[in-house]
Design a protein around this ligand. Structure first.
Ligand code: NAD
Ligand code: FES
Length: 295
């Protein structure tokens, strides 16, 4: 059993939990995810790791109540337990394998959209702790939905907050802030954008025009997170990839977002899944290559 040592509501329907999971905490890296299960029969829920404390043996997750399982999860209190916490899974962020001196020479821009602020945080924190300060844009619908502001302020070089309705920070979407920063004379060598698919799509369209290579996280299309269900199949540079096994991070300009969003909608229904299975044949399922995936 995995004990919740701290549970807090960050905003409407958005919850942060710190969980005792010493093995995951020892081995996880920014960019990776874990899978939680409420009980033995519970749904597997893949969530990007938002923070970890190796000494305390804890990992932190942030999630939005979007379905029955996450609503049940949100009802758990400090002291309650999860049946399973499995991880770390997925590949760590690409910058972790870059030379630190090269990273220090780079100007990096993070773009965090809504709940996507949570997976951005450990990346910015790691870079800050290793002497690399980066700029961060956080976008939210309104003031009440801005999360982790103080935490991000403590690790970001410059933090730009923007809200769709202008109720806090700048007014407008994250793409407007990118344009403003470039117009103000800023230069970026690299962008890392994590948030809703539509945000990542439009950020990539813009950064491609601006000549800024951009990494995105395709966590939103995962279902079981184990490489077996085939839900997270996507096309990257014309090749079939699975977000949970080959990612979750990919070069954004190579991702076919329209296909991924259309497929995500189809995957939600039994009929849609049957159609995808028929069309995609042997490449329908995930990367394990052994189980044959869902029936
Ligand atoms: P949201 O809809 O409030 O959007 C957040 C910000 O994204 C907006 O404030 C805006 O600045 C920007 N944005 C939205 N649409 C845009 C567009 N068309 N062009 C440019 N910018 C745009 O976000 P939310 O409701 O918090 O998002 C929840 C979504 O985030 C879920 O779909 C979830 O799957 C996803 N998510 C993604 C990750 C990831 O790893 N990529 C992690 C956690 C959550
Ligand atoms: Fe099921 Fe990736 S989430 S195969």
């Amino acid at each position: 059993m995995y004990k919740i040592v701290n549970s807090a509501v960050l905003a409407d329907n958005i919850v942060r939990m710190e969980i005792e999971a010493p093995r995951v905490a020892t081995h996880c890296q920014p960019g990776q995810f874990l899978i939680v299960r409420l009980d033995d029969r519970g749904e597997r829920i893949p969530l990007t790791i938002c923070d970890y404390d190796r000494k305390a043996g804890t990992v932190t997750i942030v999630f939005q109540e979007v379905g029955a399982s996450t609503v049940k999860m949100a009802a758990l209190q400090t002291g309650d337990t999860f049946a399973d916490v499995t991880g770390p899974l997925g590949k760590p962020s690409a910058f972790l394998s870059e030379d630190l001196l090269d990273l220090m020479d780079k100007k990096i821009l993070f773009v965090a959209g809504g709940v996507g602020t949570a997976p951005v945080y450990p990346q910015v924190k790691w870079l800050h702790q290793n002497g690399v300060d980066v700029d961060v844009i956080v976008g939210a619908k309104n003031k009440d939905l801005v999360i982790l502001e103080d935490e991000m302020k403590a690790v970001a070089g410059n933090l730009y907050i923007t809200t769709d309705d202008g109720s806090y920070g700048r007014h407008g979407m994250v793409t407007q802030v990118i344009e403003d920063l470039i117009a103000e004379g800023n230069h970026y060598d690299q962008c890392i954008a994590i948030g809703p698919m539509i945000m990542m799509k439009f950020t990539c369209l813009l950064t491609q025009k601006l000549g800024i290579p951009t990494i995105v996280s395709m966590n939103p299309i995962m279902v079981d997170g184990t490489g077996m269900c085939g839900a997270c199949r996507l096309m990257v540079g014309g090749k079939v990839q699975f977000a949970c096994v080959d990612g979750p991070e990919f070069a954004g300009n190579l991702v076919d977002f329209d296909q991924a969003m259309k497929r995500q909608t189809l995957y939600k229904t039994e009929e849609g899944r049957a159609m995808l299975k028929l069309k995609e044949g042997d490449t329908h399922h995930g990367g394990c290559g052994q189980c044959g995936g869902e029936a």
